[in-house]
Ligand binder design. Structure first.
Ligand SMILES: NC(=O)c1ccc[n+]([C@@H]2O[C@H](COP(=O)([O-])OP(=O)(O)OC[C@H]3O[C@@H](n4cnc5c(N)ncnc54)[C@H](O)[C@@H]3O)[C@@H](O)[C@H]2O)c1
Length: 254
């Protein structure tokens, strides 16, 4: 059998019971990675169905519940993940939340909720795995940010600010950990057809407006995002770090 790029490697993916994370999990499993799939316990049904789908396709998947915004929960996640696999090669920080409010309507707690999952969650899970990656002399960290972290849209100031934080966090971390063979890159999806993405086009007119915004004239699908994540995780991207790649069908060009 031709070796696959994920053979004998393990990936931990957060928030991956559905949407973009689920597609990433299925792609990594198909590439041979042992997938450790995380989500909130309320997502137990979807997470079980992901595990069943990966195993039915001949892959390997374990599931762990944790809330990435909670430091104790993240410590338990990483220590349980390392019990399932003594070596973790790749971390994909995918868990995220969105809400839509103009700035004067963003409650302070809502600002915190969005930042706690998107920005602090990325920081916490990454921090918890850094010693492990350093000890291995290698690690791949792929953060799912957003084109919103570079430009963004009205009604999403809190979300876009949290994703800008993810992009800048990744750029600084990339410089800190490069000497230990660890790369850190961000994937910046445009508007993708998921439970979250549908907030951007509640009706037919806004769906058409979303399509018109992209050079390719269409919505993105979770499968459109997975190749960028798999690439950053692979040795093909060994000389790439601190980058933030738009996967948006041509909304942004820088
Ligand atoms: N869909 C889009 O248009 C789009 C665009 C740009 C970026 N993104 C980003 O892609 C990622 C995936 O989004 P999606 O569109 O698949 O959304 P989604 O809502 O379908 O999936 C998000 C997942 O994160 C999980 N999650 C939320 N809070 C969590 C927590 N505290 N701990 C662990 N898991 C948690 C959810 O349960 C869910 O399974 C997110 O980071 C999102 O911000 C999405």
């Amino acid at each position: 059998m031709i070796p696959r790029r994920g053979d004998n490697q393990t990936v931990l993916i957060t928030g991956c019971s559905r949407g973009i994370g689920r597609a990433i999990a299925e792609r990594f499993a198909a590439e041979g990675y042992h997938v450790i799939a995380n989500d909130l316990d309320r997502q137990a049904g979807d997470l079980a169905s992901l595990k069943a789908a990966i195993e039915a396709a001949g892959g390997r998947c374990d599931t762990l519940f944790a809330d990435v915004s909670d430091p104790a929960s993240v410590e338990a996640l990483v220590s349980n993940a390392l019990k399932l696999s003594p070596r973790i090669d790749v971390l994909v920080n995918n868990a995220g939340v969105l809400s839509v409010f103009n700035v004067e309507d963003i409650a302070p707690d809502e600002w915190d909720r969005i930042f706690d999952v998107n920005a602090k969650g990325t920081f916490l899970v990454t921090k918890a795995l850094l010693a492990h990656f350093r000890a291995n002399g290698k690690g791949r960290i792929v953060n799912i940010a957003s084109v919103g972290g570079k430009r963004g849209a009205p009604g999403q100031a809190h979300y876009c600010a949290s994703k800008a934080a993810v992009i800048r966090f990744s750029q600084i971390l990339a410089q800190e950990v490069a000497p230990d063979g660890i790369t850190v890159n961000s994937v910046c999806p445009g508007i993708i057809d998921t439970d979250m993405g549908r907030n951007n086009y509640p009706d037919e007119a806004s769906l058409q407006a979303v399509k018109d915004k992209t050079a390719l004239g269409r919505l993105g699908y979770p499968e459109d995002v997975v190749g960028a994540a798999a690439f950053f995780a692979s040795d093909d991207a060994a000389f790439i770090t601190g980058q933030a790649l738009n996967v948006c069908g041509g909304i942004l060009f820088d």
